[in-house]
Design a protein around this ligand. Structure first.
Ligand code: SF4
Ligand code: SF4
Ligand code: SF4
Length: 257
């Protein structure tokens, strides 16, 4: 029986999620015997055209060229996985959507030669194509990546839970940075899956995994304002840093006010 063909694609991104996958090479060896990594430009010299069984897409869509590329990926892949917060929600590149500038004004700020430049507002990939699975995080969590790959190889859907980071933080018995230290932690509105990485190291959660399933961003925004004294601009920046495109975090940013 032929092995499932995996492909890794990059749109607008920092390549950090692909790099993370490369960093787990020793663990990946576990499953390497069962898969064929057919296309992974960052990792291999020889890459082959589709069709593929599973396509991992890193990065957000920021140009018409990438949109065409994404549509081709969808045609070539049986399953498509949004890999990382850029692909899931637009991620850090989506901050651009809230500058108040036109596309042309932003292009002029970044590029000196404009003849070949055409940008569009930044979106996660499911804005344009159906997506089968999501790996959140900036970068992705490697345990989740392996769970997903192993599940798909067995033909079952992984069951990821997106309750808040606070749940994992409590299980780790951390002192709450929001309540006890007055730090603007986003853990209560952010999806778990990282084992509360940042609060466990004494840093507030920045919301990199996007909204939790029971997200109440408006309430947290009020806490930031009334109890921590953050000004409006700082609160807006916090909710737009990784997932400002989502309806949940846009409420925290006050987009509906
Ligand atoms: S999600 Fe983060 S680490 Fe992954 S590609 Fe985007 S910016 Fe880089
Ligand atoms: S430190 Fe952050 S993640 Fe942990 S319990 Fe407090 S608000 Fe939640
Ligand atoms: S604690 Fe928050 S910012 Fe840190 S990795 Fe987890 S979701 Fe991302």
């Amino acid at each position: 029986m032929s092995k499932p063909k995996l492909a890794f694609f990059k749109l607008s991104s920092c390549a950090g999620c692909q790099l993370s996958v490369l960093n787990i090479e020793p663990v990946l060896l576990d499953v390497l015997g069962a898969i064929d990594i057919t296309y992974f430009v960052m990792a291999k010299r020889s890459n082959y055209h589709g069709p593929y069984d599973i396509g991992f897409v890193e990065g957000a869509v920021t140009s018409p060229r990438e949109l065409e590329e994404l549509k081709n990926i969808r045609r070539e892949c049986n399953l498509v996985v949004a890999m990382g917060t850029c692909a899931c929600f637009g991620g850090i590149p989506s901050i651009k959507n809230f500058t108040g500038m036109t596309q042309r004004q932003m292009e002029e700020k970044v590029y000196s030669e404009l003849w070949d430049i055409k940008s569009i507002p930044v979106q996660g990939i499911d804005y344009y194509i159906p997506v089968d699975h999501y790996l959140r995080g900036c970068p992705i969590d490697l345990e989740e990546f392996l769970t997903l790959v192993k599940s798909l190889l067995k033909g079952v859907n992984p069951h990821f839970r997106f309750h808040s980071v606070c749940n994992e933080c409590k299980l780790n018995e951390n002192i709450c940075l929001l309540v006890n230290r007055g730090k603007a932690c986003m853990g209560s509105v952010t999806a778990s899956g990282c084992n509360a990485l940042c609060p466990s190291l004494g840093r507030e959660c920045e919301g990199c995994r996007g909204p939790a399933s029971d997200c109440n961003a408006e309430s947290l925004a009020k806490t930031f304002s009334k109890e921590l004294g953050l000004d409006k601009a700082d609160i807006v920046r916090k909710f737009r840093k990784y997932a400002g495109n989502t309806s949940e975090f846009s409420k925290g940013a006050g987009d509906n006010e």
